[in-house]
Design a protein around this ligand. Structure first.
Ligand code: BMA
Length: 905
């Protein structure tokens, strides 16, 4: 009788060692001594691995043989690891499953990267693509009860350099990204160093090794879950098999909902003609038989499982496979706009899911660690939940990282986060010789097949910034990889997905002659505030596009995270411009760029904690202004000028100063909460345009106190209704003077049409009738609105509940005379002190009130934070895990929460 497929992950004891180049034949290393003690100086012997999957740096760290490269300057002390060859070995047992013919297959789901694999002394694979799964079919007669796998990893950096010598040096990125030879090797490009990450050339078995024995194997199931324009659903299931098909009697397909209820089940007889590939079922569903999957905010994330089983005539199972799917229809709509906006007309770039056009708000994901084997499923879930809780509905997986493991996409399906997946090419002139194309095609096919059933999958994208960089450099004659982006990848996506998942050539891409900065077509990466032309961030509203898939502002992480890399550092390093702070900041020209953005807006400070607060506030203000300005462009159909905004970047891969909105330890920065508020279902926004007595080149939002006089300010107020029904509300405006007791309140009844932004008011900012500090002689016409904070709230007309709030402060902040807000925080703990309700109120306006706790115990989770507070508007925050600890607060004007002084010596 043919047996059921046996599949086991090889978790038996793995050993590792450094290759000894004086031993000529690598296989002679196999019998070397095992080292059990802590001989820290020698890497000669075999040491038992902590676990498998395994990476060499992680093993070396666990043994104390290298220091933690995330601390201090240690990155530089571990560079030798990437220039070294490494060996792994493992002995595994094998049990024959039948007397009759069957196949034995070894599957390597992720080898990083250049590796020869030997089984019982014979070379079975020679591989060089980290993004592919490699298969080795084993002749079962060569297997014994006990078998040895032996893996020889070569140095990836040296391999890439050798390829470069053969094929020529190309342009790739800038000096603060890794060595250009990286383009020749299919290995995560950020390993070579990026402008937010260290240079750590990882090496090892980073994903499982699986041994399978079978007579028949389901190689693949292709689930074509379709949703028509009238929202009727259907499912076609294709299967591909390998092995000995003759004994197959039937295919059984079962569709279940998430509660395990069977929706449909069918046995399909082969009638003696089993085929290696065929469609097994084609089901059309009645209304309500299955429910749609929706992105977060638009409905439930209904998921189903498709279970396919292959049986013989006695009902014995050969193989079975289950995939979780969802019914949804996703389209990328690029159609003519009805009327021009500030950029012209052009075409939309927006996503439509199940017939609903949706504004995308999200962020750009990089790998969450340089050591991929250390990212647990729980950490993936925590990260993605953080994004979802931050009102994000899309995450873009950037092209210089990896195709993430299944758990990432499974979690996105569950949370309703749409996925924009770049193919793994970033910022370089990639080659296109035959063997490279073959490997890339295989990589693309495998990953598209692995990801296509996820309802969260919204877009495949050819690369990150390869078109843009070539355009910018202007001197690159040859762009061979165009074959990859315009031929290989689109045809893989087109032929292997159904309904076809949209494909976009590159990010950014659009415009004539691939003018990747054309704001009227395709997507744009807006790097002209941080970088490029270094415009003030107050100009973001003029720097949008049809879809802004990247833009960002960096900030320092919080003091707790800085303390991690500062471990044992001398007091003099606790300064924003110290050597250790520079070691943990990789952004090009960060000194000059920070200086511009910070000096424009904030008072210069010597104190590190104050500088941390100020950079986070700067990032929060800049990015927040961009989100709100660009969401304001989401108009009615025909006027959906901006279809989405994805900030650079969601996360960090080590503790660092970067564009991340939450740091390596998942500690959200102020900007995280600001984005959350701007992406809420209902949002309200204000811009202030200060009218000056003479034209000048300062930001429109600035009050002038130099050669010009500010006469008055015009305020524009708008709102966004992200729900699919119209909504009535009361717009309440509260003007509060920071210099006197003057204040003014007014309300307006409004109606917000569904799924769009609406302009509400354009008025002159009222001015305090009397100020304590009358302008000096000659300044009689000086506007007094320069000390007025404007609070706007959208209130539910029925019950007065707050639907949205925003406050606009006079700018620049360095000129604002802050007054003590008389902050009052009231904590009500639940009985077990796990959850607490906090009410926060002020007597005078407060900017960016950051609540926190002292010490290094686990951070509490705040439902909101980095609050702008107005008098008379108590804000309620839910906190999880406060556990009785005291709350500390910092805000503009009192930037130090801890009271601890880190002084420059
Ligand atoms: C974008 C990204 C990354 C980079 C980031 C910040 O262009 O695609 O390459 O890390 O900018 O410079």
């Amino acid at each position: 009788m043919y047996p059921i497929r046996v599949r086991k992950e090889i978790l038996d004891s793995w050993f590792w060692k450094q290759r000894n180049p004086s031993i000529l034949h690598v296989l002679d290393e196999l019998e070397g001594p095992e080292v059990t003690g802590q001989d820290l100086k020698s890497t000669a012997g075999w040491r038992i691995a902590q676990k498998c999957p395994s990476e060499i740096h992680v093993e070396l760290m666990a043994r104390g043989m290298i220091p933690d490269p995330y601390l201090g300057f240690n990155e530089h002390a571990v560079q030798w690891v990437g220039n070294t060859e490494w060996l792994y070995k493992c002995t595994f047992t094998f049990e024959p499953i039948s007397d009759e013919g069957y196949t034995v297959m070894l599957q390597f789901q992720g080898l990083d990267t250049v590796c020869d694999v030997y089984l019982n002394g014979d070379k079975i694979l020679s591989v060089d693509n980290m993004f592919r799964t490699y298969y080795a079919e084993i002749n079962s007669s060569t297997l014994k009860h006990s078998n040895t796998l032996f893996l020889h990893f070569k140095s990836a950096s040296q391999y890439a350099k050798a390829q470069e010598t053969l094929m020529g040096r190309v342009r790739a990125g800038s000096t603060n990204l890794g060595d250009p030879s990286r383009v020749y090797l299919r290995k995560a490009q950020y390993d070579w160093r990026w402008d937010w990450g260290p240079e750590l050339m990882t090496c090892g078995i980073y994903r499982p090794v699986v041994l399978s024995s079978y007579s028949v194997c389901i190689d693949d199931i292709f689930t074509k879950a379709s949703v028509d324009d009238d929202l009727t659903c259907s499912l076609e299931v294709d299967v591909s098999l390998s092995g000995q098909l003759t004994g197959i009697d039937k295919y059984r397909v079962v569709l279940k909902d998430s509660e395990e209820n069977v929706v449909r089940a069918e046995d399909i007889l082969t009638e003696g003609k089993p085929k290696t590939s065929r469609t097994v079922v084609s089901w059309n569903f009645d209304e309500d038989e299955v429910r749609l999957w929706w992105p977060v905010g638009y409905g439930e994330q209904n998921l189903y499982t498709v279970e396919l089983t292959i049986l013989n005539k006695d009902g014995v199972v050969f193989d079975t496979k289950t995939l979780r799917i969802g019914f949804r229809n996703v389209k990328l709509i690029q159609e003519d706009l009805e009327a021009p906006d500030q950029y012209g007309t052009g075409t939309t770039f927006l996503f439509e899911v199940n017939g609903v056009r949706m504004f995308m708000g999200g962020s750009n994901w990089i790998p969450a660690d340089n050591f991929l084997t250390t990212i647990t499923p729980d950490r993936y879930r925590a990260w993605l939940t953080l994004l979802r809780d931050g009102n994000q509905n899309m995450v873009r997986l950037w092209g210089g990282g990896i195709y993430e493991p299944d758990v990432f996409y499974d979690t996105c399906d569950e949370l309703g986060l749409l996925v924009w997946q770049d193919f793994q090419f970033a910022c370089g002139v990639y080659p296109a010789h035959d063997s490279f194309i073959d490997s890339v095609r295989e990589e693309a096919e495998q990953n598209v097949k692995r990801l296509r059933h996820h309802p969260a999958m919204a877009l495949f994208c050819g690369n990150n910034e390869d078109y843009q960089m070539i355009l910018q450099w202007g001197d690159v004659k040859d762009f061979p990889a165009i074959k990859i982006y315009e031929d290989v990848l689109p045809s893989v996506v087109e032929s292997l997905t159904h309904p076809v998942i949209p494909y976009h050539r590159g990010s950014p891409y659009g415009g004539k002659g691939w003018d990747t900065s054309d704001p009227t077509v395709g997507d744009v990466h807006q790097w002209n505030v941080w970088g490029g032309k270094e415009f003030p961030y107050q100009d973001y509203d003029k720097l949008g596009g049809r879809f802004v898939s990247e833009f960002g502002m960096p900030s320092m992480p919080c003091m707790k995270t800085i303390s991690y890399w500062m471990k044992d550092a001398a007091p003099k390093e606790w300064h924003a411009q110290s050597k250790l702070m520079a070691q943990h900041c990789r952004a090009g020209s960060f000194e000059r760029r920070f200086a511009i953005a910070m000096n424009d807006n904030f008072k210069v400070t010597e104190d590190l904690e104050t500088a941390v607060f100020n950079t986070q506030l700067m990032q929060s203000e800049a990015v927040g202004f961009a989100y709100q300005s660009w969401r304001r462009n989401w108009g009615a159909k025909g006027k959906q000028y901006t279809g989405g905004v994805l900030v650079w970047q969601s996360n960090d891969c080590w503790p660092v100063t970067s564009w991340a909105i939450a740091d390596y330890f998942l500690r959200p920065k102020a900007v995280y909460f600001t984005i959350m508020r701007h992406l809420a279902t209902f949002a309200v926004g204000i811009t202030r345009t200060v009218i000056k007595n003479k034209p000048n080149d300062r930001p429109r939002q600035y009050y002038e106190f130099g050669a010009f006089q500010s006469r008055k300010a015009i305020i524009d107020i708008w709102a966004v209704n992200g729900s699919l029904s119209p909504r009535s509300a009361t717009l309440e405006l509260h003007f509060v003077d920071l210099c006197s007791s003057w204040n003014h309140k007014e309300t307006h009844a409004i109606v917000m049409p569904p799924n769009q932004a609406i302009e509400l008011l354009s008025i002159t900012c009222p001015e305090p009738s009397k100020r304590n500090d009358a302008p000096p002689t000659g300044y009689a016409e000086w506007t007094t609105s320069s000390s007025v904070v404007i609070g706007a709230r959208l209130l539910d007309p029925e019950n007065g509940g707050v639907l949205a709030r925003f406050s606009d402060w006079p700018q620049p902040y360095r000129f604002v005379d802050i007054v003590d807000p008389e902050l009052r925080i009231n904590v009500q703990n639940s009985e077990d002190t796990k959850t607490s309700t906090i009410s926060v109120q002020v007597k005078m306006p407060a900017k960016c009130v950051v609540l926190g706790v002292a010490g290094y115990d686990e951070d509490p989770k705040w439902s909101d934070n980095a609050l702008d507070l107005m008098p008379g508007d108590t804000q309620i925050i839910n906190v999880h895990g406060l556990e009785g600890r005291d709350i500390q607060a910092s805000y503009l004007g009192k930037e130090k929460a801890t009271g601890v002084v880190f002084q420059r010596v």
